[in-house]
Design a protein around this ligand. Structure first.
Ligand code: ZN
Length: 179
């Protein structure tokens, strides 16, 4: 009888000891967690520099059945990856009211380009001879469609963008500004 009580007592002690052990470990882990938080704060300090110019600039521009873009100016930072979405929010098919987004290099005159584009129906109004002076362009889309393109923002400056569907550049144009 006496022996078994002792055994029970020592078992209880062992149980308590085992129970204490993890608690002590947990207490030890807590300072470690605090230590882990410290480097994280250092990362947070680095973050503002990055957030000044996020790696990717997401731009959405809409074209409608009234032959208009919803933006006349787009601003990005030099060197950013520009993820540009062109949405045709109208209903007219692309043969009647097609839209694209064409970003011209600074040497290419917009008026001359849009005149040349009229003759480039086979290539969706993107003259092949001008391709080297086009920074980026979407495909030609009709009502309800959209297209997404990605390109690297060029050097700081002001660039022209337009829709090269015949006649549209009169209204569908704007400035793409790289800061
Ligand atoms: Zn258009």
């Amino acid at each position: 009888m006496k022996k078994s009580i002792l055994t029970l007592a020592s078992l209880a002690f062992l149980f308590a000891a085992c129970n204490n052990a993890p608690t002590t470990e947990t207490t030890e882990t807590t300072p470690e967690t605090t230590e882990t938080t410290a480097p994280a704060e250092t990362e947070t300090e680095t973050a503002p520099a990055e957030s000044t110019a996020p790696a990717v600039a997401e731009v959405t521009i809409e074209g409608n059945d009234q032959m208009k873009f919803n933006l006349s100016e787009i601003k990005v930072k030099e060197g950013q990856t520009v993820k540009l979405t062109l949405k045709h929010v109208g209903k007219a098919p692309k043969t009647v009211m097609g839209h694209n987004f064409v970003l011209l290099a600074q040497g290419l005159d917009m008026v001359t380009f849009s005149k040349d584009a009229i003759a480039a129906k086979a290539t969706d109004y993107i003259p092949e001879k001008d391709l080297s002076n086009i920074i980026a362009h979407t495909k030609l889309i009709g009502g309800g469609e959209s297209d997404v393109i990605e390109f690297t923002a060029p050097a700081k400056g002001s660039y022209d963008f337009l829709c090269s569907f015949p006649g549209h550049a009169a209204l569908m144009k704007g400035k793409f500004i790289v800061e």
